[in-house]
Design a protein around this ligand. Structure first.
Ligand SMILES: *[C@@H]1O[C@H](CO)[C@@H](O)[C@H](O)[C@H]1NC(C)=O
Ligand SMILES: *[C@@H]1O[C@H](CO)[C@@H](O)[C@H](O)[C@H]1NC(C)=O
Ligand SMILES: [Fe+2]
Length: 323
């Protein structure tokens, strides 16, 4: 973005640059290997203030598409947005083209293999499919180890690790897990006392407006196994609004399909959380100060050099962005 911002300045500030102040400044800059300076050390405060004023006019606040932080608008902002779009949009459109072409083929492949009747059939969704749309396929182990509890717990650490917290010895337990000792060798209290117990709590999701399907917000305990050291799920408690007292606790001791169902509900919670956390924890946290910095700091300020470094680069491995 820095190049296009500077290019925009050159156009937008051409009138100001003709003033004696800016001529002095460009002379100063030309004789210095490091053009970055904090405000107090600016060699030409007047030119610097003029530059910021131009940016302030060209970078305005508008709505945010997702309603969290403001999105930039204005002559300079629009130029930068259009310029950035030239790099991130074509790869996305290209992948979309592959999806449109390969989607019907994948559907035919599933039909030819008898449809989706059992869990293992879902592997056919990817087996030999999506050659260009999704060349690397799902992440390693997904098509072979999808019943493995370690795959489930590693997904938690990969998707939204900040939602997992260690249960402190002084914390109250949210629910009991009678099978804890037979699963882990330690009681729930002992796991807690030894710092081996972890909680991921998505119960706030039971408050979301329901559709005609059932949804649940899950509370899940994880633990570090005393012998193997593996990080594993211990219990999942899906909670439905107004039916809290009827909530069941699922553990690996349940029927495999029941335990898998509990893991699926929990996984769905995490997916919903990750979508919105992506907006609030990544986009808003980065974009709000970024826009404020553009509007208040000179491009010569060293902080701008650091901030511009995070410029968006297309990255196929990160998948489609909600934006
Ligand atoms: C910037 O782009 C937005 C969105 O397309 C548009 O509404 C606005 O009028 C543009 N502003 C300028 C100054 O070009
Ligand atoms: C799948 O599980 C097996 C058996 O535990 C393990 O050896 C293998 O590394 C796992 N595969 C991946 C890709 O994680
Ligand atoms: Fe994004």
């Amino acid at each position: 973005m820095i190049k296009s911002v500077l290019a925009s300045f050159l156009l937008a500030t051409s009138a100001v640059r003709a003033s004696p102040a800016l001529t002095e400044r460009s002379l100063d800059t030309a004789s210095n290997n490091d053009p970055f300076a904090i405000t107090q050390s600016a060699r030409n405060p007047r030119a610097r203030a003029a530059e910021i004023e131009v940016k302030r006019k060209g970078w305005q606040y508008s709505e945010y598409p997702m309603g969290v932080a403001y999105y930039p608008t204005g002559t300079l902002a629009n130029k930068t947005i259009a310029k950035d779009g030239e790099s991130w949009l074509p790869p996305i459109l290209e992948i979309q083209g592959h999806i449109d072409e390969e989607g019907p083929k994948a559907l035919e492949n599933i039909k030819a293999k008898g449809g989706l009747n059992k869990l293992e059939d879902y592997v056919n969704l990817y087996d030999g499919q999506w050659e260009h749309a999704f060349p690397d396929g799902p992440f390693p182990g997904m098509l072979t180890n999808f019943t493995d509890d370690r795959l489930f717990s590693m997904m938690r650490l990969s998707a939204s690790p900040y939602r997992i917290k260690r249960v402190k010895p002084s914390d109250n337990l949210l629910f009991d897990v009678k099978e804890a000792k037979s699963i882990t060798g330690l009681t729930l209290q002992q796991l807690k006392q030894q710092g081996r117990l972890f909680l991921e709590d998505f119960t706030e999701m039971k408050e979301l407006d329901p559709t005609d399907k059932f949804g649940a917000g899950c509370q899940s305990y994880f633990y570090i196994h005393p012998k193997s050291g593996d990080f594993l799920p211990l219990a999942i408690r899906p909670v439905v609004k107004n039916r809290e007292n009827a909530a069941l606790v699922y553990t690996p001791k349940d029927e495999p399909t029941d335990w898998m169902l509990a893991k699926l509900i929990m996984n769905q919670n995490d997916g919903w959380h990750a979508t919105w956390a992506h907006i609030t924890q990544s986009h808003s946290a980065a974009e709000a100060p970024y826009l404020a910095a553009i509007r208040t700091l000179s491009e010569d300020h060293p902080v701008m050099k650091i901030i511009h470094r995070g410029k968006f680069l297309p990255d196929r491995s990160s998948g489609a962005s909600p934006r």
